[in-house]
Design a protein around this ligand. Structure first.
Ligand code: 13P
Length: 280
């Protein structure tokens, strides 16, 4: 059975660690991520974005996640990543997702808060949790989220307080200097802003743009209320590089071998980040 997002995040928030949210795109990536969580003895959020619906449907994702969680005895939460389309959010709820991210961050504040409140009312009625976003992350050219035209807008602690009161969301994604995609230099995360947001809200906070954040900065963010960290780009770049090496062999492998190896490539990245996110 899939595990409740709120319970998972509350444990992390009070326990001083973060749950890794890893983007998956098909069966191989989902199984690779869940097996890595099993090896690490950690809970995991597998995140599926609507932009990968041509790879698998919401119902595919839901049934695969439930079966893999049961078969391997792993605490798995299935999460809909960044979704500005309420219709798809409601479809995910119906398909059995544990949590959904309604992303109204591109909208004016009032509209974002009102739409999120509408999603929250429906989701909570059926035991599904809601992540919302306030502020805006920039994106680099390696990103699969957002676009390179996106501007960074830091989340305001006062606005965040008002937003959570109105929307009743369970967790809030904040913009404090991380970007979607790989960093060109060292990220400059505004832990001071994060600290003020955490003091104002007292609910689990979410850090997007996890690929490439150094461990010390991750630890500083967890200390200031980050309970969920999203990783997408590095899963793809690493697995594609390793697949390329595999295919360069003098005798190219069978497709079944490529698929199995790809589960391991995803697992390498999941394990790497889980070690950074665990309680000390
Ligand atoms: P990265 O692609 O930068 O790891 O960000 C992932 C993310 O925030 C998914 O929502």
């Amino acid at each position: 059975m899939l595990r409740n997002f709120n319970a998972m995040l509350q444990d992390a928030y009070t326990g001083g660690y973060a749950v890794g949210s890893f983007n998956v795109y098909n069966y191989e990536t989902m199984k690779g991520a869940i097996l890595a969580a099993k090896r690490m003895g950690q809970p995991i959020i597998v995140a599926f974005g609507a932009k990968y619906l041509s790879n698998m449907s919401l119902r595919d994702a839901s049934s695969m996640a439930s079966v893999l969680a049961d078969e391997h005895g792993v605490d798995v939460c299935l999460h809909l990543d960044h979704c500005p389309d309420k219709a798809i959010v409601f479809q995910a709820i119906r398909a059995g997702f544990s949590s959904v991210m309604y992303d109204g961050s591109a909208l004016p504040f009032d509209q974002n808060a009102a739409n999120t409140a509408e999603v929250t009312a429906v989701a909570h009625a059926v035991g599904v949790s809601v992540e919302a976003e306030l502020g805006s992350l920039a994106a680099t050219e390696t990103s699969h989220e957002g676009s390179v035209d996106d501007k960074e807008v830091y989340t305001s602690p006062d606005a965040a307080k008002e937003f959570v009161a109105r929307s009743k969301c369970d967790a809030l994604a904040v913009s404090v200097g991380t970007v979607h995609g790989l960093y060109k230099g060292t990220p400059n995360i505004r832990v001071d802003i994060l600290k003020s947001i955490n003091a104002a809200l007292g609910i689990p906070l979410v850090l997007h743009g996890g690929s490439g954040i150094p461990e010390d900065q991750i630890r500083a963010c967890i200390a200031e209320g980050i309970a969920k960290i999203n990783v997408n780009t590095e899963i793809s770049t690493y697995a594609v590089d390793k697949t390329r090496e595999l295919l360069a062999a003098a005798k190219p492998p069978h497709l079944a071998t490529v698929a199995e190896k790809q589960q391991g490539f995803v697992g390498d990245i999941v394990e790497k980040y889980m070690k950074f996110f665990m309680a000390r």
